[in-house]
Design a protein around this ligand. Structure first.
Ligand code: MIC
Ligand code: SF4
Length: 639
């Protein structure tokens, strides 16, 4: 039987386990990346594992999420990451150099290699045929130390593209179309391979937009073949030597095949507050727009920015619209400046922000009250923009600019002739904002610089056999890690201060939760399906751990969050009968019985008053050992 692209890479990196869907497999990891918002914690964990130097082929620490440095906390964390990187053999991408996924694609990604990153959009590198996955910080720390990365062997989905995108329709519309077809949970447990004749019409940045947003499907990752288009891209980046060709075997078997005819797509939007709430631009043309943001790891490539500049050239955005443009990297910004496109953007009335995540993670540029914000980003969860009642729509750069010009949601096809752009043959290479680590001989003398905002890792305790706890919070379906542990300008500087962060846990759903959980001492949370979708932030597990959460009982879980819960020593459990969700009432006492035996059997009984509710778990021996030890850190140190 032939293999898919992902299966080929998995086979080559398999450390243990069998490549059977649903089985746990361990993979050798070639490269890692971190960003600052998850990085501080990941490096604290790496230090506590006690390894002298990273054992990967390449590890990069990016500063891109919180670059404001308003107050010492954030600035201290940057210095901490810079000093750790220098000491332990990690490259350090300075603030301003760009968004981790964009820079990694440009400068470091290699087809056929494995990459894990402490950020859920790490699959962006799948655009050049890398097996790239988002992971919790602790998993990345272990991989930096040479440890394997454990996942459940995914199913294989294939999306077959035919045709060619029509003018004004773009890669973002392909992402939105697949979200319309599959929904935010449709990719859970699967790797999505993109193929078919249609991919020959898509450049690497367009492919990367598509793999980037595969995260919103809940997929383990997404991947394109590595072909002549990939070679051209790497060559233009001065990295042709990194090229290897990669394709699936003609007789590869897929669990599901989805056909999309590119020629039939039209400009789409994801409406508030979910990336799969899809409508056409045509349908929404009477919606007034207050704000437009262009950028994020989904749509900040040179290609996207040149198109934006060309559309804006000689025009003015509507007076009622506030617009920002954040180029994805220093390379993009500096090439825009060199060719004059930056002036066209500025002359239109748009503001140019730093090459960073910025508004995407609520770091400024929040919409006005109940404001309609069109963003070329990948997430429009409630409150994420920093404005609780902000109405965020996800769009392509084409829809974004067309709407900024008119002040209303606008189908760009109504604007007239298509503006084509020409891509340069070569990118401008300047890696001076990526600092190299010290030589191993020097490393000992390098001091790690720790600021006072760094607080110790929450205390973990070995698992109890009988867990009596209060059902402190009951939530619905599709709860995101942004609900569990919000981000944004007020909170992000405290990612290395779990006690402080804990005050904001679940604040979007229930502002009293943190206080109530502390008072209860031991809590169980009950959730619906796809619990923990979205970001990879392990803080969404570490903060509940700090607040005494012992288990989360849900209808189903998102992949990275379930792994983060286990890493934190919290039990993720699912209802054997999803209807039992309705029997659970907030603020009642629950008890998990005979947990040790139950974990082995895959079945734990939860006492809810006089009733027994059957819960299931499918832990591997390794996961049971981690939970018994009180989390991955304790387990790794005790190994
Ligand atoms: C996000 O897009 O939500 C983030 C911020 O990039 C997160 C990481 C984090 O919370 O630090 C992610 O996607 O993993
Ligand atoms: Fe940054 Fe937004 Fe991408 Fe997350 S989704 S890495 S916050 S740009």
């Amino acid at each position: 039987m032939g293999l898919t692209i992902a299966q080929k890479i998995i086979k080559e990196h398999l450390v243990s386990g069998e490549m059977k869907v649903g089985e746990e497999i361990a993979l050798r990891i070639d490269q890692t990346l971190t960003q600052d918002a998850t990085g501080t914690m990941a490096y604290l964990e790496f230090e506590s594992i006690g390894i002298e130097r990273v054992r990967t082929k390449l590890s990069v620490a990016y500063i891109d999420h919180n670059t404001l440095q308003s107050g010492f906390e954030n600035a201290d964390d940057h210095r901490y990451i810079q000093s750790v990187a220098k000491k332990y053999g990690i490259r350090f991408s300075r603030p301003g150099n760009g968004i981790c996924h964009q820079v990694h694609l440009e400068r470091f990604g290699v087809p056929g290699m494995t990459l894990i990153g402490s950020d859920s959009h790490t699959p962006t590198a799948g655009g050049i045929g890398m097996l790239a996955m988002g992971a919790g910080g602790l998993d990345v720390a272990v991989a930096m130390g040479g440890g394997a990365y454990y996942i459940t062997m995914p199913k294989m989905y294939k999306v077959n593209l035919t045709g060619k995108l029509r003018p004004w329709v773009s890669a973002k519309d392909v992402s939105l179309e697949i979200l319309r077809i599959l929904s935010v949970k449709g990719g859970v447990g699967a790797i999505i391979e993109w193929g078919g004749e249609g991919i020959k019409t898509l450049s690497v940045p367009e492919r990367a937009t598509i793999t980037n947003m595969g995260t919103e499907l809940g997929a383990t990752t997404s991947i394109f073949p590595s072909d002549e288009i990939t070679r051209e891209f790497l060559k233009a980046q001065g990295r042709e030597d990194a090229f290897v060709a990669l394709e699936s075997d003609p007789d590869a078997v897929y669990d599901r095949v989805i056909d999309i005819n590119l020629s039939e797509l039209e400009p789409l939007l994801a409406c508030p507050h979910s990336p799969d709430n899809i409508k056409t631009a045509r349908e929404l043309s009477n919606v007034k727009v207050d704000q437009v943001c262009i950028g994020s790891c989904t749509n900040s490539s040179l290609r996207d920015m040149l198109r934006v500049a060309k559309m804006l050239k000689g025009k003015k955005i509507d007076d009622s619209v506030s617009m920002s443009v954040s180029p994805g990297s220093k390379q993009v910004l500096s090439m825009l400046a060199d060719c004059g496109a930056l002036s066209d953007i500025l002359a239109s009335g748009a503001r140019v922000l730093e090459c960073a995540c910025g508004p995407c993670i609520g770091m400024g540029f929040s919409p006005n009250s109940a404001g309609v914000s069109l963003r070329t980003f990948n997430r429009n969860f409630e409150g994420r923009s920093g404005t609780k009642d902000g109405q965020v729509y996800l769009v392509s750069p084409e829809v974004a600019v067309a709407s900024a010009l008119t002040g209303y949601i606008t189908d760009p096809r109504t604007l007239g002739d298509y503006v084509d752009i020409e891509m340069p043959d070569a990118f401008k290479i300047d890696d001076s904002a990526v600092l190299m680590p010290a030589d191993p001989e020097e490393a000992n003398s390098i001091e790690v610089l720790r600021g006072p905002n760094i607080k110790p890792f929450p205390e973990t305790k070995p698992l109890e056999n009988r867990i009596q706890a209060n059902l402190t919070l009951k939530v619905g379906d599709n709860i995101t890690t942004d609900h569990i542990m919000p981000a944004g300008a007020k909170i992000l500087p405290y990612r290395s201060n779990i006690p402080y962060l804990s005050k904001f846990c679940f604040a979007v759903c229930d502002e009293t939760f943190a206080q109530r959980a502390k008072e209860a001492e031991k809590s169980i949370i009950v959730g619906g399906s796809n619990y923990g979708q979205g970001s990879s932030r392990e803080h969404a597990a570490l903060v509940p751990l700090y607040l005494g959460v012992k288990a989360v009982v849900a209808k189903s879980f998102a992949r990275i969050h379930a792994a983060n819960l286990i890493n934190a020593g919290i039990l993720p459990l699912t209802f054997a009968n999803p209807d039992d969700y309705d029997k659970c009432t907030q603020n009642t006492a629950l008890s998990l019985e005979n947990v040790y035996e139950g974990m082995k059997k895959g079945e734990i009984i939860m006492k809810n008053g006089n009733e027994d509710i059957k819960l299931v778990c499918n832990y591997t021996k390794r996961q049971i050992d981690i939970l018994m030890a009180g989390g991955l850190l304790a387990y790794t140190k005790g190994e």
